[in-house]
Design a protein around this ligand. Structure first.
Ligand code: HEC
Length: 117
């Protein structure tokens, strides 16, 4: 009885980790599309490397996030990052990209930014 419960708990933990980290997600992303979408939609504020130093950055009341650093943080799950991109933070100058970008475009952008040195 105790063993069975232990096995069930173990399964829940493993499935939970896969859901949270999504280790196979990167196999289906398209960094070439990510680069095009990034340069078109994000570079003006977040800068060429995502450091938050794009040409429009100085004119904003809030400094764009350093997404180069943020996207490489292993404690930030991809689905949370895509949500942040699609919903934005309209009050502080980060536009919502829902309707402009699809969820898979957002995933491609994240994958592309991770390849920038
Ligand atoms: C008009 C300028 C502008 C554009 C264009 C822009 N951003 Fe932002 N972004 C910002 C600003 C300003 C912040 C900081 C908001 C804050 O700290 O409250 C930000 C914050 C973020 C954050 C952190 C959001 C959070 O909830 O903490 C992410 C992720 C992000 N941007 C990704 C992107 C991506 C990806 C694109 C392109 C699809 C993009 N941004 C385009 C200005 C911009």
């Amino acid at each position: 009885m105790f063993k069975k419960i232990l096995i069930i708990i173990l399964i829940i933990i493993v499935v939970g980790c896969f859901y949270y980290i999504q280790p196979f997600k990167s196999m289906s992303t398209n960094t070439a599309n990510g680069k095009i979408q990034y340069n078109q939609n994000c570079l003006s504020c977040h800068g060429k490397k995502g450091l938050g130093d794009g040409p429009l950055a100085a004119s904003l009341s809030k400094r764009p996030k350093n997404i180069n650093k943020k996207f490489k943080d292993i404690w930030k799950p991809d689905n949370r990052l895509t949500r942040q991109i699609l919903l934005g933070k309209p009050k502080s100058g980060m536009p919502a990209f829902k309707g402009v970008l699809s969820e898979s475009d957002a995933e491609d952008i994240i994958a592309y930014v991770r390849t920038i040195k």
